[in-house]
Design a protein around this ligand. Structure first.
Ligand SMILES: NC(=O)c1ccc[n+]([C@@H]2O[C@H](COP(=O)([O-])OP(=O)(O)OC[C@H]3O[C@@H](n4cnc5c(N)ncnc54)[C@H](OP(=O)(O)O)[C@@H]3O)[C@@H](O)[C@H]2O)c1
Length: 366
C-alpha cells in the first residue's frame, strides 16, 4: 500500500516536472528576428523564416552580412537546393524538437549551396578567392555564407552552379544508403522511387558502382530514368513490381510504401533492403506510419536471412569529395527539374512538399 502511494506521487512529480520543463522550453524558445542590424554593418539579402508555418513564412529580407572567422571563408552563393529536411519550416513535431519548440531557433533556410570563394580567414590555406565550391551550410539561400573548409569540396568545371548545388545532402543520402547496402560491382539493384532528388542520384551512383539497376518510377519519369542510365525501368502505375519473379541483391527504398513480406520476397538470400525514405516524398497522411515502420523492419529482419537496414544521413567531407569526383568524371550529373529565382523560394518549397518533383529543385541567387 505504502509503495503504491510512493509510486503514484513519484509519477505525478515526474509528470509535473516534465510539464514545467516543456512549458519553460516552449515559451523561452525564440530567435533573432526582432534584432536590428547594427549601424555600419554590411548587409545582404537572405531567405529566412521567423515562425513555423506554410511556405509563405519564407521571406526575402536584408540581414547582416556574415564575416568569416579565422578558420572560415566567405562564399558568394550562386545556387542553393531544397531537401526533405528543409520542410521542417512547417513546424511538425519532430522538426520542433530538433529546431526549436515554439519558434525556429535558426532562421536561415536550406543547406546545400554552390558558389565562389570571395574572402578567406587567415588560417584557411586550402581555398583562395575565386575558387568554385559546393557544400553544406545552414541558411544557404542567401547572397553569402561563411563556411569552414571541411564543409565544402571543389566544384568540378563540367557542372553548373545549379547542378553542383543540387548534390550535397541528397547525394550524401544516396551514397551512404547504397554503402549501407554494401553495394559492389555486379549486383542487381532495385531502386523504389528513382525519380526524386535522392532517387535520381542513387540511380546514377549505383551505375557508377557497375551494378545492374532497375528503377521504379511513374509513367512521366520512365524516359528520364532511362536517360540517367537505368538498365530496366518499371512504371509503378502499370505494374506491381513486388509480383515480379526477379530477385535483387539490394533494394534501395525511397518510398517505404510496401509491406515487409513484399519487400523480403524481392530480395535474394543474404540481400539487403535499405530504408532510405523516412515516409516517402512530400507530406501525406501515411507518413508517420511509414516512418515508424522503418524502426520495426530492421528488428524483424534479425530473424531472417535478408537484412533491412535504416540509416541517417551524416555530413562527411570525404563522401562530398567522392561525389565531386563522380561529377567530374561525368558518372553523375544532377538532374534539376526547375530553378526558381531567389524571391520565389516559397513557390519552390510549395512544389517540393507535394512530393512529385523530378530530380532536384534549385534556387538561383543572382
Ligand atoms: N535517411 C535519411 O537520412 C534521409 C535523408 C534525406 C531524405 N530521406 C528520405 O528520402 C526520401 C526521398 O527524398 P527526396 O528528397 O528524394 O524526395 P523527393 O525529391 O520529394 O521525391 C519526389 C519523387 O518521389 C516519387 N514518388 C512519389 N511517390 C512514389 C511512389 N509511390 N513510388 C515511386 N516513386 C514515388 C515522385 O515521382 P512521381 O510523382 O512520378 O511518383 C517524385 O519524383 C524521403 O522519404 C526522405 O524522407 C532520407
Amino acid at each position: 500500500m505504502r509503495w503504491k502511494r510512493i509510486l503514484k506521487w513519484s509519477a505525478l512529480a515526474i509528470f509535473l516536472i516534465l510539464f514545467a520543463w516543456f512549458q519553460f522550453a516552449y515559451w523561452t524558445s525564440t530567435n533573432d528576428c526582432g534584432h536590428s542590424i547594427p549601424a555600419g554593418a554590411e548587409r545582404m539579402k537572405a531567405i529566412r523564416y521567423c515562425e513555423y508555418g506554410p511556405p509563405d513564412v519564407l521571406h526575402l529580407e536584408e540581414i547582416e552580412k556574415p564575416v568569416p572567422k579565422d578558420n572560415e571563408f566567405l562564399v558568394r552563393v550562386h545556387a542553393a537546393s531544397l531537401n526533405f529536411v528543409d520542410a521542417a519550416v512547417g513546424g511538425q513535431l519532430i522538426g520542433r524538437l530538433l529546431f526549436g519548440l515554439r519558434k525556429p531557433e535558426f532562421t536561415g533556410f536550406a543547406r546545400d549551396f554552390a558558389g565562389v570563394v570571395e574572402a578567406v580567414g587567415k588560417n584557411v590555406t586550402e581555398y583562395k578567392p575565386g575558387d568554385e565550391v559546393f557544400g553544406v551550410k545552414s541558411g544557404a539561400v542567401a547572397e553569402y555564407v561563411c563556411v569552414r573548409a571541411d564543409r565544402v569540396a571543389s566544384k568540378p568545371a563540367r557542372v553548373t552552379f545549379e547542378q553542383a548545388a543540387a548534390i550535397p545532402w541528397a547525394g550524401l543520402t544516396a551514397l551512404q544508403g547504397l554503402r549501407t547496402g554494401k553495394i559492389h560491382a555486379g549486383q542487381k539493384v532495385l531502386i523504389n522511387g528513382a525519380s526524386g532528388g535522392v532517387g535520381t542520384l542513387a540511380l546514377q551512383i549505383a551505375k557508377a558502382f557497375d551494378t545492374e539497376v532497375t528503377a521504379i518510377v511513374s509513367t512521366r519519369n520512365v524516359e528520364m530514368a532511362r536517360t540517367l542510365g537505368a538498365d530496366h525501368v518499371i512504371d509503378y502505375t502499370k505494374e506491381d513490381f513486388t509480383k515480379r519473379e526477379e530477385r535483387y541483391d539490394l533494394l534501395y527504398d525511397n518510398v517505404n510504401n510496401r509491406s515487409f513480406a513484399e519487400r523480403r520476397r524481392l530480395l535474394k538470400p543474404g540481400g539487403i533492403c535499405v530504408l532510405a525514405g523516412l515516409g516517402g516524398a512530400g507530406s501525406h497522411p501515411g507518413q508517420m506510419g511509414r516512418m515508424a515502420a522503418t524502426f520495426v523492419a530492421p528488428f524483424r529482419s534479425r530473424f531472417i536471412d535478408q537484412k533491412f537496414e535504416r540509416y541517417g544521413t551524416r555530413f562527411d567531407r570525404a563522401d562530398l569529395k567522392f561525389l565531386g569526383d563522380l561529377m567530374a568524371e561525368a558518372k553523375v550529373t544532377p538532374f534539376v527539374e526547375k530553378t526558381y529565382p531567389f524571391a520565389e523560394t516559397a513557390d519552390a518549397l510549395r512544389y517540393f512538399e507535394q512530393g512529385h518533383a523530378r530530380g532536384k529543385l534549385v534556387i538561383t541567387i543572382e
